[in-house]
Structures are given as structure tokens and as C-alpha cells.
Design a protein around this ligand. Sequence first.
Ligand SMILES: Nc1ncnc2c1ncn2[C@@H]1O[C@H](COP(=O)(O)OP(=O)(O)OP(=O)(O)O)[C@@H](O)[C@H]1O
Length: 418
Amino acid sequence: MQADRQPVLAAEHISVRLGDRNILQDISFTVSPGEFVGIIGPNGAGKSTLLRSLRGLWPVAAGAVKVNECPVSSLRDKQLARLIAYLQQDVNVTFGFTALEVVLAGRYPYLQWWENEREEDYQIAGKYMEFTGVRHLAGKPVDKVSGGERQRIFLAKVLAQETPLIFLDEPTASLDLVYQEEIFRHCQTICRQGKTALLVAHDIKLAAKFCSRLILLAQGRVVADGTPRQVVTAQNLETAYGLHSAVFTNKVTGHLDIHTYVAGAGPCSGQSVHIIGGGGSAGGIMRSLYEKGCCLSGGVFHQGDSDTDAAEAFQVDYLAGPAFGAIDERLAALNRHKVACADWVVLTNLCYGQQNIDNLAAAFQAARLTVIEDTAIDGRDFTGGRATALYRRLIALPQVEVMTTPEFLLRLNKAGTE
Ligand SMILES: Nc1ncnc2c1ncn2[C@@H]1O[C@H](COP(=O)(O)OP(=O)(O)OP(=O)(O)O)[C@@H](O)[C@H]1O
């Protein structure tokens, strides 16, 4: 990602070796002030090693790390502690220390070893304890608070260090959803106020929701670096995690969502299937066929229909007519063409009105047709009997088989698509 402003942090072709292994290889990126960067990737990808190296705790075998253009290797410990606050993965909770004492420890870069904390340090500690909602715990020993409270105390400590850069290594591990979101939200807030945060996370959806940028690592290399939508793609997740997924925008939340599945084949590697559906009747069928690696087309759906959302999630090349509008001649011709070209056509358990009856007529073009019948046709016919008559003619054809959705899914799982 290109920095608009002078980068606060730069990794320049860094490589890290531990023992005889290359843990990080040729990693380069810059981070600008105000960015909230999520570092994601599978176990062992090198995320923690990257943070440690950026903080100057692991020496780099090649390349350089710079903060405000100054090599980290040339900075003394206290200078670095005024630039980067770092919350490590497994913080050892020292028994007996109160929450306030832990947060005050964040002020050490500003004190000489003989100095006690000043009034100003108490005010700063109090301010960040207020911000992370733990001020009421000031006098409580940290080994006697909940996991979520402890993480917020340590976040306050990191903030009390008042550094331009903040590194957090899995700060949300073992927290419930409320606390996880809180930590992300606090980080988002401080970055909007001008700080820069790098946070290692395993929850990709949360990271995508809150971070302004994601860096995806796998096997010690950067697989992708950019906005959450650029980084969280089915292709990148497969490269990094070896995972089959569909990535889509959840229409209810507006956020990225990920559907994962186990599959023998990648998307679009199997036979071509055209799904005639609408009114939400095709979503589950599309998902199942997508997971089997079929190359999917669909239609004619109507705009605003949930089948169009499913089609987008599962990369279906679909036709959509206007909401509540009739299928016009152009769409009807396109639909018939797709039906005729597909290896296999599935007609879902949809309702028929005057506006979509052409979907039923188009099914006659199929060389091989599966008709899903979960409910009787007369209950789905809003054309005054026309659809029922057509449907009965259709299912009498030799190339047509009729089954329920559960039967269809069972068949698909047993036999694959061949
Ligand atoms: N001290 C060490 N000595 C040798 N190898 C190490 C050391 N620490 C980590 N490694 C190895 O380096 C690789 C990267 O580890 P790292 O902890 O950075 O991965 P990670 O992406 O943070 O993993 P996780 O998600 O499991 O926390 C792993 O293969 C790990 O076994």
C-alpha cells in the first residue's frame, strides 16, 4: 500500500533466521501515521516474529527496519520504548501488582531509574484506564481480574507509554466477542486520533471490520497487503490457509463475510450448471454446487431477491430482471441460451407469477434437468393454472428427474457432480 504521508515505520527487505530456518523472507512495506494494520495468517506464518523484528527484539539477517527513517538497530532501548509500545502474546502477570501499578509501568521510558512516578504520570495512567474502562479496577491485583479486564489493563499500559506506534500480538486471544470487539474498537479510535497500530489477529472477519489495512502472511512471506477487501479474497485465503471459501459482503451487516467449506475441487473446475430460481429458492442449491466446484450460471432472478445475494457470494454468473418486472425478451433469450449450453440445469422450488413464468418455459431447453419439488406446484402457481399445466408437461419429459432439496443434497454429496 502506498503511503500518502511520511511513513512512521518501514520494513525494507527484511529476512529473519531462527536457528537454521528462514522464518521471514524478504518482507517490505511501509506504514503511515493513522493506519490500523491487522497482521493475519495461519499458525506459524511468522506474524509474532515479524512484530518482534519490527520492535528490534529479533535481529534481522538481511534488510532494515526503520522508525521515522531511523534504523531500529541504531536506537537505544529507552529511545525505542518512546517510539513503540509492544504488548506481547503471553504477558506474564506479576502476582500482587495492582492494575494502576501495571499501567504506571508504561511510563518507565520517561523516568530515570531513581525517579518515582510523578503526578503527571498518574494523570496519564488514569486517562488511559478511563479510556479502556478499567479505572474502577485501579486498586485491584491484576491476577484477580477477568481475562478481558486484564487485556484492557495491559492496553491501558501500552497507551500510557504514549508512543506513536503500538504493536499488539493477539490482544484478543481467549476473549469473548464483546471484549474482542472492544479491543479492536479502542485501537480503531486511537488510530483515527493519529496513532499507528499493528495488531496480530486470527479472526479475519473482525480484523477486516476494524482495520484500515491488512497484511496477510504465509510461510514467512507477504501473500497480500492492502485494504481488507483487497486482501480477504477466496484466492488469497486459499494461498495462505489452503482453505476453500466464498468471500462476500453480508447484506445485513455490510461487512465482509467468509463461508468456508471442504472441497475436492476448486471453484469452477467441474461441469457447468445453470440454476433457474428466484425468490430465495436457489441459495442453498447454489452454495452446494459451488462447493462441488461446478461452474455456475443462474437466472432469471429479480433485483432485490436474496438469490442475487447468494449468486454474488458464490460467484454465479447470473441474469437479473427488474424487481417485480416481467422477464423481457432479451433476458428470456439469454436465459434460454444459458440453459441450452449448460451440462446440467436445476429448476428450484420457485413460485410462478406472470412476471417469471418464462423461467419455467426456458427449462424445456435443458438437455439434462433436475426439478426440485419441495412443495406441490399448485401451491406455487400464481398464474391461474398456466404454470401448473406447463410444469406437468415439463416433468413428464424423459430428460427430467424430480426430487426434494434433501434428496438433491444427498445425491450431490454421495456422487459428486459427475
Ligand atoms: N524461538 C524460536 N526458535 C526457533 N523457531 C521459532 C522460535 N519462535 C518461533 N519459531 C518458529 O518460527 C515460525 C514462526 O513463528 P511465529 O510465532 O512468528 O508464527 P505466528 O504466525 O505468530 O504463529 P501463531 O499464529 O501460531 O502464533 C514457526 O515455525 C515457529 O515454530
